[in-house]
Structure formats: structure tokens, C-alpha cells
Design a protein around this ligand. Sequence first.
Ligand code: NAD
Length: 482
Amino acid sequence: MEPTKLWINDEWLDADQSVPLYNPHTEEQIAEIGYASATQAELAIAAAARAFAVNRNKPAYERAAVLSRVADLFRERHEEAAQLVAKEAAKPIRAARGEIDRTIETYQLSAEAAKNVYGQVIPMDAVPGGEKNTAYTAREPLGVVAAITPFNFPMNLVAHKVGPAIAAGNTIVLKPAEKTPLSALFLAELFREAGLPAGVLNIIPGYGEELSEILTTHEQVAFITFTGSPRVGKLIRSQAGLRRVTLELGSNSPLLIDEGFSDQELDRIADQAITGAFSYNGQICISIQRIYVHENVYDDFIDRMAIKAQQLKIGDPLEEDTDICSLITHEAAERLKTWLEQAIQGGSKIRSGGIFINHVMHPTILTNVPLDAELNRDEAFGPIVTISPFKSWSEAIDLANDSQFGLNAGAFTKDIQRAFAAAKGIKSGAVLINQIPTFRVDQMPYGGVKNSGSGREGVRYAMEDMMETKLVSFRTGVYDEE
Ligand code: NAD
């Protein structure tokens, strides 16, 4: 197979090395991927630095038009893009199509946000000595953005970095995940067709460890935006020095379910919890991992969840009705097997699943999981959820907070006081009332506290992080007599 090339300064360049890329489900080789060396990454950074002078001076409506055109091109090539995601990420095709829908939204929102960058007039006369000065703030792009992305949403999480960066007037060097470079390279074709100036977007597949230093320490990189595991996030933070960094990291999202729902309502909540726990084999940063249910409905809820989990269809990601397929790697399956065995040794009970066939894990529901088990403490990133009972709402909030993470949390309750208590008491980036924590629309501020990271995405919020506030002040009446 001919290796794919690097996209640098509007040209396809041969990479210094190449590695095979396999479909995680069929394990067939689907491409040979050219990987950038550190020297080639430097070329990409230099191209982005030169292009900054161009992009920052483009009028907002032109940057918006390019982003809007990319959204249109995704609409035209929707199925092709979805098939690409399904093949390289082993994402069930219906979920892959959903990801492309959201990718279109993200580029469209970026186009709109490009036209809506505002500053403020500062009331300089609010303190003595400030009068006779008139000041406003301008929002300015930072420069070269280094973007490092994970495998699990190879189109939309790339869009959450590329869209806001271009909208704000920055330029980008994108290093996609080793598992999903094809989706990123697909983007080059779309931006070229949309008329993006040369060097504004550069795409360099490669080993994270090899390119880490150059991307995080190069003097021309002004901002680093990373989505991925907490382990790598900490490393990037330690390398970045004084540079601004956004870190979108992992979680083990909690869902609280109160008493007081009718049978029909509880059933609908169970349907949503199944979606939140098992979509894309649980390989979503806001996948539901810990469910806490009021003791009065605990057994009933478990029964409903177990029946529904067993109805999920296991199959090939390209089949229309597939819900569950292979995990991204055999190592991921091995880790989950070990965690499951540890939990069972600690007294946990399997209520559904618990079976592995190759690296497919059947959707698994566990109860009686010890609080100190990995499955309660760490991020599973697989199709597994623990269910535990609570007696009081304050206990439920404490359980939700008993985590090193804090990204999204969900709480179903009909009691307005409890809803407010959850909203105020849960330490996380978002608290979603009567909604699963896996819910996300692309304009909402999104990001974590604790080990889930820092900074926010969600187009306008990502743009805020990617711009600097400059104060401009005019002294007036300089020659007036006092
Ligand atoms: P990962 O951390 O293994 O890889 C992410 C990226 O980091 C890849 O591009 C990889 O090449 C790169 N990388 C690896 N080592 C590096 C190093 N030493 N220096 C610099 N870059 C390096 O994560 P993954 O397995 O691709 O994705 C899963 C993780 O991502 C989970 O923890 C998940 O929760 C998290 N995630 C978070 C969000 C969010 O928005 N908070 C969204 C999706 C995924």
C-alpha cells in the first residue's frame, strides 16, 4: 500500500516513516500511514507560523465562509465520512453518522462564532485618575495552536479544535490519534476545496511520544489543546511551561436516579442509561460508569437495565443494526478483563454480560462493586457500568463526588430541591438534571474539573481560550488646561 502523506503548507509531503493501520474490528490492514518525524513537525509549525500573518488579517466573514463551506462539504460527503469513522475507529455506523451530523454543527457554529467576536468598553472613570482615558478591549488570536486529539471522535473532536482555532484567526498543527489518522487527513481535502489559505491547517499523523516535545515546547507554538487520557494530559501540562493549555481528559461519569418515577418513566430512564453506558462500547469520555439509584427502586431499575443490555446487538460496525463491536485494542479488552476479575473477587455480582469474545466485551452491568475497586475509581472506557443503591439524596451527591474526575454528571429527580442540591453540590464541569451525563450539544461549554482537565470547549468557549484580551486606551484632552 502507498503510504498516506503529511498535509503541510497546502501540499502533500512524503513522511519520513510509515506504519500500517488496521480496522480494529476485522483486524485487516486498511492503510499504510505516513508518520511525521520531529523535523517534519517543525516544518509544519513553521508553515503555521508564516500563515498566521495571513489568517489573523482575513476579515471575519471570509474565515466564516471557509468554515461554512467545510460544513457544506461534510453534508455532501456525509456517508463517505461516516464509513471512514466506522472503519478506522470501529464505531457502529449509526453512531458514526451521528458523529458526522455533530461535526457539521461544530463547523457551522464555528462559522457563526467567527462573526461574533466582541470586546468591551472599559469605564475608565470609575476610579480617580482614570478620567480623560477612553478604553476598549480587543480579542486577538494567539498564533500557532498545537492540537492533539484522541481516537474516539476522530471527526468531531478534531472539529472542536480546528473550527474555533480558524474562527479566532489562529493557525493549527493537528496531530491526530495513531488509531484514527484517516479522518483527520480527510479534512485536508475539505479545507483545500473550501479555500483555506496555505499553512493555516497542517496535519501530521505520528507517534504522540515522538512528537510530544516539539509540539509542546517549540517557541512558535502559542497554545496547546489536548483531548485524551489524564496520563498524557499531565505530561503535556508539565512540558508546556508558561503556554496556555486546554486539557479535555477522562472521567467515570455518575448518574443519580431518585425515587418517585412511574414504571413507564423509570423504563425510559433505563433506556437512556443504556445509551449513555454502552454507546460506542462505552469508549466516550462522558460514558456513564457509575449509577446510583434510590434503594426503593434499586432492584426494579437493575432488572430493567439487565433486560435492555441483553437486547443490544453485537456485530460488525458496518452493519446497520450493530450496537456493540470490538474495543479499540486487545489491550483495552485485557485491562477490562482484569478489572472485572478484581471486582468479582471483591464480591461484585454480574447482572448482565461479563463475557469477552476476542476483544468484544458484552455490555456488562455489575452490582455490589466495592468503592475502592478500579471500576469505581478509575476510568473504564468500555461497555461496563456499576449500579449501587443510596438511601438519601445527600448520600447520592457524596457518592457522585467520590471520584478523582469531574466532567459531566446526570441526575434524575422530580424534586426541585434535590435538583438544586445536585446542581450545587456535584463537583463537575456540568450537572445535567433529568438528563444522562453523556448528553452533549456542541455549543455548550464543555470540560472538566479535578483530573478531568482544565479549560472549556464548545465552540465559543474554546475560542475564548484561544484568544488574548488586549486593552487599547486613548488618552483624551492631553493638551487641555487642568
Ligand atoms: P491518549 O491519551 O492515549 O491519546 C490521545 C492523543 O495523545 C493521541 O493523539 C496520542 O498520539 C497522543 N499522545 C500519546 N502520548 C503522548 C505524549 N507522550 N505526548 C503527547 N501526545 C501524546 O487517549 P486515547 O486513548 O486516544 O483517548 C481516550 C482518552 O481520551 C480517554 O481518557 C477519554 O476519556 C479521553 N477523552 C476525553 C474527552 C473530553 O472531551 N474530555 C473526549 C474524548 C476522549
